[in-house]
Design a protein around this ligand. Structure first.
Ligand code: SF4
Length: 224
């Protein structure tokens, strides 16, 4: 498949995702969040729509997160952008040669991915970061389509148990258990688990920088 074809297919998919209304609970939640906001972003207009993935259409590395953050991606319109998880993702990608800069603040900040693509198990921010099983099932078709379009992907990093389980379900992998830094080979994919870089995990030191960086350094080695 030619690059232009990847780009066109991704654009069509992006449009489909952005207009998706399959989960009424989440549609209502992201709309409410955009009206209530938080004090520090009170003057900003929130994106408040489902989020498509983004990155290099010819990427070998796919990163699967849980879902957009209520005041991060749901505000800025790009996954892992404008919140503390995004700070960790942007820096580790930059440090390992997958991004043009170490910060991801807004859609027009020049943060561009190279050989990497970021997506999520659910595309709408869920209350308490907990999508229901039905919402994850609704959204799985988009991840499936992305994996089909991004045909150069060989390494998948799953950020957290929910992302890992969504990935396994999609690929028909049974009985695999999530553990930080564990690796699984399935057909053409090497799947690496990592704790999600949520503030809850980083502030409690459940995830520290050295462990986090090691996941991406390993992914890079495996792509060669
Ligand atoms: S979570 Fe996914 S399936 Fe549900 S409304 Fe958002 S984009 Fe659609």
């Amino acid at each position: 498949m030619e690059t232009n074809s990847h780009i066109n297919d991704l654009k069509l998919l992006d449009n489909e995702i952005t207009n998706c209304k399959k989960c009424p609970r989440l549609a209502k939640y992201i709309r409410n969040i955009s009206e209530i906001k938080v004090k520090r972003f009170a003057d900003q207009k929130y994106w408040a729509k489902p989020l498509a993935g983004f990155g290099d259409p010819n990427a070998k590395l796919l990163i699967i997160g849980l879902a957009p953050a209520a005041h991060g991606g749901n505000r800025t319109g790009r996954m892992f952008t404008g919140d503390s998880s995004g700070d960790w993702v942007a820096k580790v990608l930059y440090d390992n040669g997958f991004a043009t800069k170490p910060t991801s603040q807004n859609k027009n900040d020049g943060f561009v991915l190279n050989n990497a693509y970021i997506t999520a198990a659910a595309r709408c921010a869920p209350p308490d970061n907990k999508p229901t099983k039905e919402e994850l099932q609704n959204c799985s078709t988009y991840l499936e389509k992305e994996i089909q379009i991004l045909e150069n992907i060989t390494v998948i990093i799953c950020l957290g148990k929910i992302a890992f389980e969504a990935c396994c379900k999609l690929l028909g992998i049974r009985g695999a258990k999530f553990a930080h830094a564990s690796t699984l080979q399935h057909k053409k994919f090497t799947i690496i688990c990592s704790y999600h870089p949520s503030r809850q995990n980083t502030q409690t030191k459940r995830l520290v920088w050295k462990q986090w960086n090691a996941v991406f350094a390993r992914a890079k080695r495996m792509m060669k």
